[in-house]
Design a protein around this ligand. Structure first.
Ligand SMILES: [Fe+2]
Length: 403
């Protein structure tokens, strides 16, 4: 391993905002340079030597990775335009070292000093032309439980969380349309940091939907580059017990978002909302994760238009996935993509789609959850856009037909 350290002192005339902005940008480096391991950045608290105000230390697997980072165009541009104007003095060291073997099995996971993102997905809000038919579909074919219903809206839940789907009665629509997605945040501190990131990015901070305000402690909303509302909040209300339904989802895992603004959308979720990239199908789809460590709590797909393409629910077992598939076949519910074995998330799933009810519904088993250690150290794979990299059960590189 190579450890690379950088100690520095800001120029006296660099104001607080300029300093914070540069420090914030440094904190995005582990996301921007996936070869970085064990990134730390802190203020100098030494009483012996106050020459430098801060030190940053990052590890790389080897000298090549370090040199690739230092020589990259984006790093050189950062040094030229952002760094030099505000830094008075710096010192750099790089040295080789060997990681100490763990002293005990089951040692604590690495302490994370990176900025945290949301905890995980909680719900989607979908406008539908026929609420009763949608409720019937979600109860029978997805296994959700209806908890509350008025003429205007309905809440359905999967497990103890207050709801996984909120339906809005919209008779003017012919197809269902997802207007918002909700993500819980683990603490007020993280929520505050995300709020600050949104403001720093020059985006408008919106209020939570009024009903949602009563279902959590604190939160705000922001529109992603496609206009999809993302609601972020702490302490989402939950029930004492899960529904007494044997075949039901355990969790709503992710939305899959198609977008004509691929780079902009990725930048928003990765650098403003601090989702972590897990894998890329190059030029097609990027999978991003939250702090609940599911392989992805969000997928972003390059497309010619924006829509929420599917919502993924995790079932208790493959047996339950297959029982739901049997129900779909029995009732003639349209199966948009039959049993697939996803390479990215190692899950086995099928998809149903009736456009009246909103996006596709993916029911899966065994969605990968990273260990705490993997969550801090995982390096996203860059996989070519080949159907076998999306479903490992595809027989050939041109077998796109069944997606
Ligand atoms: Fe999915």
């Amino acid at each position: 391993m190579i450890r690379h350290t950088l100690s520095f002192r800001f120029a006296d005339d660099a104001d607080r905002a300029a300093r914070e902005s540069v420090l914030d940008e440094l904190r995005t480096f582990p996301d921007r340079y996936p070869a970085m391991r064990g990134f730390v950045l802190g203020e100098n608290i030494s009483t012996r030597d106050r020459t430098f105000t801060h030190t940053m230390a990052v590890d790389f697997d080897g000298q090549d990775d370090l040199l690739a980072y230092l020589g990259s165009e984006s790093h050189e541009r950062f040094v030229r335009t952002r760094w030099r104007p505000v830094i008075a003095q710096q010192a750099i060291t790089s040295f080789e070292f060997t990681e100490r073997a763990p002293l005990l099995e089951g040692r604590n996971p690495p302490v994370s000093t990176r900025p945290h993102g949301p905890y995980g997905m909680e719900y989607a809000r979908i406008e539908v032309p026929d609420m009763q038919e949608t409720i019937d579909f979600l109860q029978y074919h997805v296994g959700l439980q209806l908890e509350q219903r008025t003429d205007e809206y309905a809440y359905l839940r999967a497990d103890i969380e207050h709801h996984a789907i909120e339906l809005i009665h919209s008779p003017a629509r012919t197809d269902g349309w997802t207007t918002a997605v909700g993500f819980s945040v683990a603490s007020e501190e993280i929520l505050e940091q995300l709020h600050k990131n949104v403001l720093d990015a020059g985006l408008e901070v919106l209020e939570l939907q009024e009903r949602q305000r009563a279902l959590c402690d604190n939160g705000f909303a922001v529109k992603d580059p496609n206009g999809l509302v993302v609601e972020l909040f702490t302490e989402f209300q939950e029930y004492a017990e899960p529904p007494h339904i044997e075949i039901r989802p355990l969790d709503l895992v992710h939305p899959f978002i198609a977008t004509a603004k691929f780079e902009e959308t990725l930048d928003f979720y990765q650098h403003v909302l601090r989702f972590l990239p897990s894998d890329h199908v190059v030029g097609s789809t990027t999978f991003l994760r939250c702090e609940d460590r599911y392989h992805h709590s969000l997928a972003v797909q390059k497309n010619t238009e924006h829509y929420v393409a599917h919502l993924c629910f995790a079932m208790k077992s493959l047996d339950h996935v297959m029982r739901m598939r049997a129900r779909a076949l029995y009732k003639g519910a349209p199966i948009a993509s039959d049993i697939v074995n996803h390479s990215a998330s190692t899950s086995i799933a099928f998809y149903m789609h009736d456009t009246r009810f909103g996006p596709r519904y993916e029911l899966c088993d065994d969605h990968r959850v990273f260990t705490p250690e993997e969550h801090e150290t995982h390096r996203p794979r860059r996989m070519p856009a080949d159907p076998r990299n999306i479903d490992v059960w595809r027989p050939a590189s041109d077998d796109w037909g069944r997606f």
